[in-house]
Design a protein around this ligand. Structure first.
Ligand code: MLT
Length: 244
């Protein structure tokens, strides 16, 4: 298995695809996707375009759907929910399809949607992603960070590092065997430095700062929890994620 880390959708190659793409948006889209599927949502259907989301979701009965929209960290007017994982509870989401658009995470999903396998990961469920990779042994794995509007986001790359480090430890592989690009080595170093204090790293991160200004410190704490969810979101058709 060779791992490649790409910090943002924009840095992710267009001319080829991996056997498995792991999309990461720790703050907060892939944390929210894990929380929603764990809480019993039927599926999460991701859109980068809000108008397409509204049009597609119209075909669903209102009691069977929820619209979740976020731009700049804030809830999009007219949507049922924003992007706080804390709001995606069993009472709210059970049996419903979530139609979701976020500033960066849903764009990252779109970028790799044609890959044979697409899964999502965040700190809250990264062991589930590691288990899946160990079981299925894809030859090439891309760990794709969502970043922020084309720029690097430290928390996504740290999560990629957490996944890479666990794979090395659990499969007893060397760094040399698993490393596909330099970013993998950088991601592992980043995670190793902060792994015991992820929430402080999130508070330092530019998007963490943005969320703090919006009063979302509880979201940061939740997103920094390691492996509290045993759920693996996997793409069943382009843009549609279900619980494996
Ligand atoms: C995104 O997709 O950029 C994020 O998930 C933003 C957020 O924190 O809601």
């Amino acid at each position: 298995m060779k791992l490649f880390v790409y910090h943002t959708p924009e840095l992710t190659p267009l001319e080829k695809l991996p056997d498995c793409a792991v999309v990461i948006d720790v703050l907060r889209a892939t944390t929210t996707i894990a929380a929603a599927l764990d809480a019993g949502a039927e599926a999460v259907q991701a859109f980068s375009d809000i108008d397409l989301l509204l049009k597609t979701s119209e075909a669903w009965l209102p009691k069977k759907r929820l619209r979740a929209g976020e731009r700049g960290g804030e809830k999009v007017e007219g949507c049922d929910l924003g992007n706080s994982p804390l709001n995606f509870t069993t009472e709210v989401v059970t049996g419903k399809r979530l139609f979701m658009t976020t500033t960066n995470g849903t764009r990252a999903l779109e970028r790799v949607a044609q890959s044979p396998t697409v899964i999502t990961a965040a700190q809250v469920n990264c062991q589930a992603a590691v288990n899946y990779l160990l079981e299925t042994q894809p030859k090439t794995v891309w760990l794709v960070g969502s970043g922020w509007q084309g720029s690097y986001a430290i928390e996504d790359t740290a999560c990629a590092g957490a996944i890479a480090l666990s794979l090395i430890e659990q499969a007893k592989l060397s760094l040399e065997e698993i490393t596909g690009n330099d970013e993998v080595v950088g991601a592992i170093a980043l995670y190793s430095q902060w792994k015991n204090n992820l929430v402080e790293m999130f508070r330092l991160a530019s998007h963490g700062q943005r969320l703090l200004k919006l009063g979302c410190d509880d979201d940061l704490k939740y997103c920094a929890e390691n492996n509290i969810l045993d759920v693996l979101p996997i793409q069943k058709e382009p843009g549609v994620l279900v619980k494996l």
